[in-house]
Design a protein around this ligand. Structure first.
Ligand SMILES: [Zn+2]
Ligand SMILES: [Zn+2]
Length: 366
């Protein structure tokens, strides 16, 4: 059910999200040297790697593109019209970061290695969520505000997330003396192993509410259905995701909340065909209008625009209306609108029309 996942630029460069500009440059230098085509003559996969590395660096080394990529999973212009080569990058698939993504991985590690910092963090903090939202074509042109309903864990309003009943104190966990971890001995085929695991009593927090909150049973968060507002920017593309920081699951007992990703689907519009920031449409005009010239009213995403068709226009001739295409994300500019003119030849002529046209033919044959 998931689209093939687009390559993650950070992954390509082998760096963490949040890596410094210096680290990005370093990783790029190393990899571009490693995969340089001169070193791997005729090796198609090395060449592909080299291109990927360059593409990733082009985006991550440009602060503006990087910011866009971090926010929307797509760099400005990377999927633009007719750019060839680098096109086709249709947004980064965030779904692997959603429910059960990193969370389950953490639990898995915990099972194998008896927990530790990472497992503890995963268990306490709220998870990222992903949801989907479908908007109309024109919403993508103008931008839109939409409410999205999600089911999630939200901070308990009875205890403000502490997990302790109102008026009751929070004490240090006796089981682990507040460290959040306990050491256990277990028998295995290798003999007795000492295992450090998360304390089951306080679940790693090191604290126990003297009396658990009656509403959330000490979790500090409760399951709710809530509405969040998505501010959809003008120019968004089908398949891009919006990130709403801190709007994912609330953390346990007041720890950090996860993020919410809203994947946007854009409905098509029969009048327009979108290609990046360009919009294409087709109009049909009578042959005589193509011959003599005329003025047309052409629908664009910014409203009807008057287009002058010059004398002697050819079938399938394309006219460009500047700045009347799709708004370009995070700018106040728009792409262009392209009109393809189709010429309709009459299938029937009246006697009078025929007479005039034959006269014209004689005139042009002279
Ligand atoms: Zn509570
Ligand atoms: Zn404990």
């Amino acid at each position: 059910m998931l689209k093939p996942m687009a390559k993650d630029y950070y992954e390509i460069l082998g760096i963490q999200r949040g890596a410094s500009a210096e680290d990005i440059k370093k990783a790029y230098r190393k990899l571009s040297k490693e995969h340089h085509p001169d070193k791997h003559k005729g090796d198609a996969s090395a060449e592909r790697r080299f291109k990927e590395v360059n593409q990733a660096y082009e985006v991550l080394s440009n602060p503006q593109k990087k910011q866009m990529y971090d926010q929307f999973g797509e760099a400005g212009g990377a999927s633009g019209a007719g750019q060839g080569g680098s096109g086709g990058f249709q947004g980064f698939d965030f779904s692997n970061m959603g429910q059960g993504g990193f969370g389950d991985l953490g639990d898995l590690f915990e099972g194998f290695f008896g927990g530790g910092g990472r497992g503890r963090a995963t268990r306490q903090e709220g998870r990222d969520l992903e949801t989907e939202l479908t908007i109309d074509f024109m919403d993508a042109v103008t931008g839109a505000k939409r409410e999205v309903g999600i089911r999630t864990l939200s901070t308990c309003d009875h205890c403000d997330g502490s997990g302790a009943e109102r008026g009751s104190a929070v004490k240090t966990c006796a089981e682990c003396s507040g460290t959040g971890q306990v050491t256990r001995s277990a028998q295995s085929i290798f003999g007795t192993v000492q295992q450090r695991t998360i304390c089951g009593t306080c679940r790693g927090s090191g604290k126990i509410p003297e009396k658990k909150c009656s509403k959330c049973d000490g979790e500090g968060r409760v399951s709710v259905s809530k509405k969040v507002t998505a501010n959809i920017p003008a120019g968004i593309s089908d398949g891009q995701s919006l990130k709403l920081q801190g709007q994912g699951e609330a953390g346990r007992r007041g720890t950090a909340a996860g993020d919410l990703y809203i994947r946007i689907h854009v409905r098509s519009d029969p009048r327009f065909e979108r290609e990046g920031d360009a919009i294409h449409c087709t109009v049909e005009i009578p042959a005589l209008d193509a011959i003599l010239g005329t003025t047309l009213s052409v629908p664009t995403v910014h409203g009807d625009v008057s287009l002058k068709i010059p004398e002697g226009t050819q079938p399938n001739q394309v006219f460009r209306i500047k700045g009347k295409g799709m708004p370009i994300l995070s700018t106040s500019r728009s792409g262009d609108h392209y009109v393809t003119v189709q010429v309709k030849v009459p299938t029937r002529l009246s006697k009078q029309e025929r007479k005039i046209l034959e006269e014209w033919k004689r005139e042009s044959d002279k």
